[in-house]
Design a protein around this ligand. Structure first.
Ligand code: NAP
Length: 253
């Protein structure tokens, strides 16, 4: 097999959640560039429609499925006709709801755990039976540096991403014997709408640039290489790994 065949996603169908914008949309573009057909999801119908139109305009084969990744019945209903045909699943949808831990409302805690952690269980549960039946598949969970290190006001997010890291390993041991690999990508600080309030905060911006050996924020397209690798045959013996793409931040004090 040639190296380009090893990384090719031609003939593969990839489902990416929360792909109406940001990292999910960029990864959709990246996987399409490697030959994958796309099914993209978002909670916001208008944003999803516009993302589908953008990707089609760039030549991708793509359809949109709107659902809320926290709602099992919605997920199963929206994917009923294609759940058995997904080769690559990227559990990307996620939110932040920042609050001091000592006064964090229960709804704020639950919203973040449900959207960043339980969602990956629910969407994977809907599509993995098809992967197991067809003899293989790739699951990529989008974790975070905050699965390893935290900061004040994001305890809910850190707990969810730490849980997602262990869910990734649990998936790997559960299905590794049936040729389904589950790995995670942990992005460092990337410029997206999710981090918009932080990127324009000069104190935070300075702190991130000083702490990151690369000296800057990451851009979503810098995650494409990791996603194509983990979605392709190039990673068939890679399972349960958390691939950190952070400009070196986690290695620095
Ligand atoms: P983003 O720009 O906010 O995009 C996430 C998308 O997911 C949004 O369109 C969002 O819609 C959607 N979404 C939220 N809740 C959903 C639900 N229940 N069902 C379906 N879709 C839903 O965020 P991003 O920065 O691209 O982040 C993507 C992933 O990377 C997240 O898991 C995030 O935790 C992770 N991550 C990001 C960074 C970073 O620096 N940006 C770093 C580490 C990890 P709404 O806008 O309506 O919520």
């Amino acid at each position: 097999m040639t190296t380009s065949e090893l990384f090719s996603l031609r003939g593969k169908r990839a489902l990416i959640t929360g792909a109406g914008q940001g990292i999910g949309l960029t990864l959709a573009r990246g996987l399409a560039g490697a030959g994958a057909d796309l099914v993209i999801n978002d909670i916001d119908a208008a944003r999803l429609e516009s993302a589908v139109a953008q990707l089609r305009g760039e030549g991708a084969t793509v359809e949109g499925r709107r659902f809320d990744v926290t709602q099992a019945a919605e997920i199963e209903g929206a994917l009923a006709d294609i759940a058995g045909e997904i080769d690559v699943l990227i559990n990307n949808a996620g939110i932040h709801r920042r609050a001091p831990l000592e006064s964090m409302p229960l709804e704020t805690w639950r919203a973040v755990i449900d959207t960043n952690l339980t969602s990956a269980f629910l969407v994977t549960r809907a599509v993995v039976p098809g992967m197991l039946r067809r003899g293989g598949g790739k699951i990529i969970n989008i974790c975070s540096l905050n699965a390893e290190i935290s900061r004040p006001t994001i305890a809910n997010y850190s707990a969810a991403k730490g849980g997602l890291k262990m869910l990734t390993r649990a998936m790997a041991v559960e299905w590794g014997g049936r040729n389904v690999q589950a790995n995670a990508i942990s992005p460092g600080y990337m410029r997206t709408d999710l981090t918009g309030t932080l990127t324009i905060d000069p104190v935070f911006d300075r702190a991130i640039c000083a702490r990151t050996p690369a000296g800057r924020w990451g851009e979503p397209h810098e995650l494409i290489g990791a996603a194509v690798f983990l979605a392709s045959r190039a990673s068939d013996f890679v399972n349960g790994q958390i691939l950190v793409v952070d400009g070196g931040l986690l290695s620095a004090l």
